[in-house]
Design a binder for this molecule. Structure first.
Ligand code: PLP
Length: 402
């Protein structure tokens, strides 16, 4: 028989959500009358709004007509790429620098094909698990000097450093995954911080993979929504983004990646040309129906709906944050992001998870699952129906008597 790909057996981090589900099931089995509420996952819950829905439906209907039928769309509809360039990047990118995908996570997984096995990787600690797992899968891991778990360098982002890493520790000629607004912490990097990140990346030859999946949750106009708002970033960054969280497309599936033409490998070859090649070789383009929905999402009515939907989840976030603050639990996030990162000093995050489940019948996410720096934190997600969030917030009051 064939040997297993050793990279697969090296993946350790993927246990988090299955473990949470297992613990929830066993609590439910022991307490059959409990109405468990989840503030644990990043999955959207609210219906797609009418104008965007119409874009999806009309597109799908059109497929049954000669005039409306479209087959493969390769890097994505030109009209959609043009619209993304206008809405998100002030027209600063050509359509051949914007690649439509079936979601940010899928592109995060594929991007490392550009750099291959043995590439040095650093992540924020804590971080969205696919940065680590995707790196391990392709064998793009150390151990390198200064690297930790699975050969990946973890750059702590904690209250002590304003949840922003020490950019002097970026891997030389390696990759650094950076997510803002951040999952799980909800922290958003400001302009000075991103300027220092870009300067350090240029100095060290690091490529920043900037995950902007929550950029539409930013309400503070001073905070950058894209790494490409920072001068010089086009020579050192790739940006991934998604319609999942702003438009409710978690199940519809649509995202995009910007690979600037100015980004070059050490030998001067074009990263953009290689990404085009990779997409054409192993990815045949995103769903046309999803792209028609995205076109509707990016016209003036659709942008209002994006605002409305993200406002709704931010409203949930505000409720959760104030419920926690009423208990004197220190937390960040929730104002420009749908996640709240709550600190329980000196506690183990799985113990706190168990206590919240036991006392409040509320499922959360233990911070430890996102990296060692999450050890005494809990992530609360604002993705939920309003009535459930209100009920969960009421129940969190039971933690007062801890
Ligand atoms: N990036 C971050 C930081 C996320 O939290 C998520 C989903 O939770 C994704 C990307 C995935 O996006 P998509 O649904 O487009 O694959």
């Amino acid at each position: 028989m064939l040997n297993r790909n050793p990279c697969i057996s090296n993946i350790k981090a993927g246990y988090l959500f299955p473990e949470i589900a297992k613990r929830r099931r066993s609590y439910a089995a022991a307490h059959p009358d409990a109405k468990i509420i989840s503030l644990g996952v990043g999955n959207t819950t609210e219906p797609i709004l009418p104008h965007i829905d119409k874009g999806l439906v009309d597109g799908a209907r059109g497929l049954a007509t000669v005039e409306g039928y479209v087959g493969y769309s390769d890097e994505g509809f030109e009209e959609l790429r043009k619209r993304i360039a206008e809405v998100f990047y002030k027209g600063n990118f050509g359509i051949d620098e914007i690649f439509i995908s079936d979601g940010a996570k899928c592109d995060i997984g594929r991007l490392q094909l550009l750099f291959g096995a043995g590439t040095k990787v650093a992540v924020q600690d804590p971080s969205y698990p696919v940065y680590v797992d995707g790196s391990v899968l392709i064998g793009a891991t150390g151990p390198w000097e200064g690297s930790g778990y699975q050969g990946i360098t973890y750059l702590p982002c904690t209250a002590e450093n304003d949840y922003f890493p020490d950019v002097e520790k970026l891997p030389e000629n390696g990759i650094f995954y950076f997510c803002s607004p951040n999952n799980p912490t909800g922290a958003v990097a400001n302009r000075e911080q991103l300027t220092s990140l870009v300067a350090a990346a240029r100095k060290k030859g690091t490529v920043i993979i900037f995950d902007a999946a929550y950029s539409e949750y930013i309400r503070d106009p001073a905070l950058p929504k894209s790494i490409f708002e920072i001068d010089g970033s086009q020579t050192c960054a790739i940006e991934v983004n998604s319609f999942s969280k702003p438009a409710g497309f978690t199940g519809v599936r649509l995202g995009w990646t910007v690979v600037p033409k100015e980004l070059k490998y050490a030998g001067g070859e074009s990263v953009n040309a290689d990404w085009n090649r990779i997409c054409g070789t192993i990815f045949n383009g995103a769903s046309n129906i999803a792209q028609w929905g995205a076109l509707a999402a990016l016209d003036s009515e659709g942008l209002k709906e994006i605002r409305q939907l993200s406002d709704f989840y931010l409203g949930n976030a505000k409720l959760i944050r104030s419920a926690l603050q009423n208990l004197d639990i220190s937390c960040i996030g929730g104002d420009n992001s749908p996640y709240i990162w709550a600190q329980f000093p000196g506690r183990d995050s799985w113990d706190v998870f168990a206590e919240i489940l036991e006392k409040c019948q509320v499922v959360t996410t233990p911070g430890e699952g996102f990296g060692p720096a999450g050890q005494s934190f809990i992530r609360f997600s604002a993705f939920g129906h309003r009535a459930d969030v209100e009920e969960a917030c009421k129940r969190l009051g039971r933690l007062r008597f801890v």
